[in-house]
Design a protein. Sequence first.
Length: 355
Amino acid sequence: MRSTVGWQVEGSSSTLRRTPLERRDLRPDDLAVRVDYCGVCHSDLHAIDVRDGEGGRPLVPGHEFTGVVTETGPAVTRFTVGDPVAVGNIVDSCGECAMCRAGQENFCHAFPTLTYGGTDRRDGSTTLGGYSREYVVRDRFAYRLPAGLDPAAAAPLLCAGITVWEPLHALGVGPGTRVAVAGLGGLGHLAVKIAVALGADTSVISRSPDKADDARRLGAHGLIVSADPEQMAGARNRFDVVIDTISAPHDLGPYLRLVALDGTLSHLGHLGPVTVETTDLLVGRKKLSSAGSGGTPATIAMLDFCGEHGITADIELLPSARVNEALDRLRRNDVRYRFVLDLSDLDLAASVRAS
Ligand SMILES: [Zn+2]
Ligand SMILES: [Zn+2]
């Protein structure tokens, strides 16, 4: 086994502690990645805050990271030592089912192997995530990081970015499509940037008017204040696509009413049951959809697109030793728009421990 160090939560605690970790020895098709930057996702918070064992313990979160290849297995041909790479929230899949064959490994019928809290398909061990200095990953699930993208700000593309890319792409968003993005957080701000770069006429829907400047800076044409009934009524039936990234449970009705004839509301930010008044779908033949994560071809396409258009997340970069502070602030939604951990401080931790 290989030794590394990371941020782990144990038992009923929700405080992460610096902990020595083991990674598997490289298989023929594995890469060892020095993790430099890892984004802090809402899913990490859910996994940490679940105390009934469902989240799995011990837990090392982190499933959107960038770094550099430090070693390759003998069967690896696509990467060499020194390559900048990125890894998302899936690190393996069955490779044989219809979804995998369609390049939608994120929907693998045999369940994709998650980057943390997943079960390794070959040795049955529980995967430990990217809040650590090293990750060992099958080469198929590592991605080349496009030149010119800041590796810290690119890390969130691997979960937040691909999660909004897939529905925008699947719904055919392009020049002239009228898109509204509800919720301007980690997912939402990337949805705006990508929709704008795709040529869509993009608006933001937010609870309060104070996001108006940010919306414009991100390239949106306007902001609709969801708390203002007049503005919401004025935007009725206006959008071909509404990307709903609001992370708390909420009524979909007001957002469905903004969708145009035959348009789609893609509900991304919140997992769980929703209640829909069917007349909100019936009037205008509207569609309700969802998406999450992405397959390997889409992830490559998304990274290429972001490389061409210089799209990265707006981040707040913190040394990884401040991970608990980042999580506390994320619990209060106090971030614009994504925390990213700089894991280089773990080297210092390792040398201090060794001395
Ligand atoms: Zn995530
Ligand atoms: Zn599969």
